[in-house]
Design a protein. Sequence first.
Length: 159
Amino acid sequence: MPPLASLSWPALTATVMPGHRVASGLNHNPRFPGGTLAMQQPHFARLGLDLSVYHPGTLNLSIAPHRYRVMAGRLTFRQVKWHPVEPAEDFSFFDCRLILPGAEPVAALVYYPHPETKPEHFQSPDMLEVLAPSLPGLAYGMQVDLAVDPAQMVMELNP
């Protein structure tokens, strides 16, 4: 499990939103059996990032009316060839924590496939994909507090 994020990081309210369901495989796309995360996980493990502690899908969080600006990921992997046919992609991971109502903060990671190398399934600038342990009771429309290390990623109001 990654270290729990600093309690001094700024937090903002985010809303749990439906995603493309490609990471988890719940869209049943035959190109990605089991989901893209299941296919990527062994490649990230070989590069030193163990994702087995996280739920095998992304939590899609809207930070609207804010957007994010990437500073420097804790980890960045270039040209990861995780699929036999799809092109290689760049990925960064950012430390964050989730604070659910009435619960202790949960250490998590922002999962960021670089848009310039990602072939499809793009996100809007207010949507973050987060890898977290299973969080029972979480549902679309719920609000959670999200804190991200400001040295890695900055949240700012959308102009």
